[in-house]
Design a binder for this molecule. Sequence first.
Ligand code: SF4
Length: 402
Amino acid sequence: MDDAVARLQVLSTQMSLERGEEHCFVTGKDYTFSSKANAPTTELYPDKTGGCGSQDIFVHPAVLPNGQRIKLLKTLLSSACERDCYYCPFRAGRDTRRATFQPEEFARLFVMLAQKGIAEGMFLSSGMIGGGIRTQDKLLDTADILRNKLSFHGYLHLKIMPGAERAQVERAMHLADRVSVNLEAPNTARLAKLAPHKEFIEELLQPLKWVDEIRRTQPGHRGWNGHWPSSVTQFVAGGACESDLELLTATDYLYRHLGLRRAYFSSFNPIPNTPLENQPPTPPIREHRLYQASFLLRDYGFNLEELPFEADGQLPVQSDPKQAWAHVNLAERPVEVNRAERHELLRVPGIGLKGAEAILRSRRQAKLRDLSALRALGILVGRAAPFLLLDGKRAAYQPILF
Ligand code: SF4
């Protein structure tokens, strides 16, 4: 058992530190926490004497869509890999420590950690050995043992491997709360610059299409816990010199046509001893702007064409995309708070999904006449005021200059 814990320590550390916090797993809005709270923590695995050994296992604080807070273990079944993706610390031939589990051994270890309260849910991925189908079978066998042999009912996010078969995707959907396929790049040409042996359409996009098709054509009660899992993907932002327009075009397609819950953007960070080690890292502000723009597409009724792309297809980094849109479109045509429809309120910077609902609820009781009333509803009046009318009048707002 000590050897198994040591291997898990290697894998959870590699996933948390070497590969990067958001590289191949889920954090973010569906799992909302501040960046500080989002930092992985280590849990000490107790040694045989009942004390605490030195074998730390990384777990991540996570908030599930239902609001439940859990300790999430993000790990690989194996960090050995036969592929050679240019950006990845686990690429074949790179000198790094490798560790591997067999499904039953890993499932039993995880359940033991769950029983000790060290981890409550898991994101499980793997390096590829013997092809995508064989690797997917190992992930599925692990999930099957967890669910059906060891009665683990907690949160499980399963990775779909490149090249997995349709039946495997369906089996994953019977076992997991969430499934993911990492597209990494927005299209075939860009993927070739990151992962020369992955096929964008056949190996990566197709499984996401199957997930959507199964959700649409089969009753939800067949899924784990009576409903189908959500699906997510991740892009390595800046890794393939792609533009924001390319990334958000792919994101928009996934939201509109494949029912994706969320696209994650992970800023490219060069890894030593990989072909991209000399490529500059992507500034975190770009990742932030991509998230803001993707939420406008997903939740705020924006079309791709409305986003403020510059001539080179990049979003401006100096202002958030909703603010930039409002300056052009709302500065001379402000929104009347007491009459605007929900979709119009959502266009105003500083008014989010909850804020729009709060305004609609509140004005049924009484007209909203000043900014303090909006502030009390959670509206960021400093951002919203320049684009609002309150009962026909421009909101009197003095911006703080110094
Ligand atoms: S398939 Fe590519 S991204 Fe995945 S572990 Fe192997 S080298 Fe890394």
